[in-house]
Design a protein around this ligand. Sequence first.
Ligand code: SAM
Length: 265
Amino acid sequence: MVTLAEPPIPEDRSKALPPLMPIMEVIRLRVRLGQPGILFAEQKFDPEDLETLAADPVLTQLSDYEFSQYSMEPTALAFLKDMFEAFKPTTVIELGSGISTAILSRHMREIHEGDIEPRYVTVDQSADFALLTQGMLERVGTSDMVQMIVAETHPVETEGRKTSWYNVNAEKFAQALGGRKADLVIVDGPTAGGAHGVVGSRFAALPLLKDYLAHEALFFMDDAFRDPELEIAAAWAGLDYAHVFGHKSVGKGVLVGCYLDEAAG
Ligand SMILES: C[S@@+](CC[C@H](N)C(=O)[O-])C[C@H]1O[C@@H](n2cnc3c(N)ncnc32)[C@H](O)[C@@H]1O
């Protein structure tokens, strides 16, 4: 049984979003279909999906890049690029670095050309994958605006749940943000699938990033049609300080919501 709180809907945010599938409708569909994992596509995306990023300068430059099952899919990246254009975030936190970091940091720089200095903080649990991301950032020219934090995961307890989260101290995080608060968050880590993943660990993103988020900061969680992430979406919708707008059916599903700073309300 899922109970959903109904905090006020931040109208200026929702007006700029495309139509989304309400969380309760997605969960009803999943329950009706029955079979575990049925909404989560295991097979690789259709090669035609790459056309959504056909004009992307990063993919043109990194023409040797191979999407893996860990990468955010092209249609999800194209959706996020649109959202960056609509909301023009100045300060981004990303959990789980990779091709998304290269494409979105470059896009953010283009959006803010001649305007403010954008900041993009990305967190990776693996020094090896962080190094691969750094290599891509150097090639596409955004290594100067991206702050990479490498932090292994460790057990934590938050909002009454035992889970796993990046072991980053608050000072390091605040420093990487340059004293700003993030106005957009991408949740694509910690690794939740595969041999080393901790199922459901993305839940901790909202409770543990709260202190670093601006009022009405948007969050986007990838892999949102996977069963544990559906459960996280329902749990987030029940938090007083979050509003879940719904699912965008791109890639492996992207959940869209925003953080509500109770002090600002
Ligand atoms: C879902 S991935 C993040 C992907 C990233 N946002 C992108 O679009 O490329 C989450 C974490 O998985 C790890 N990872 C990335 N590629 C991997 C691979 N091929 N095998 C195992 N782990 C991987 C990295 O440590 C990364 O932070």
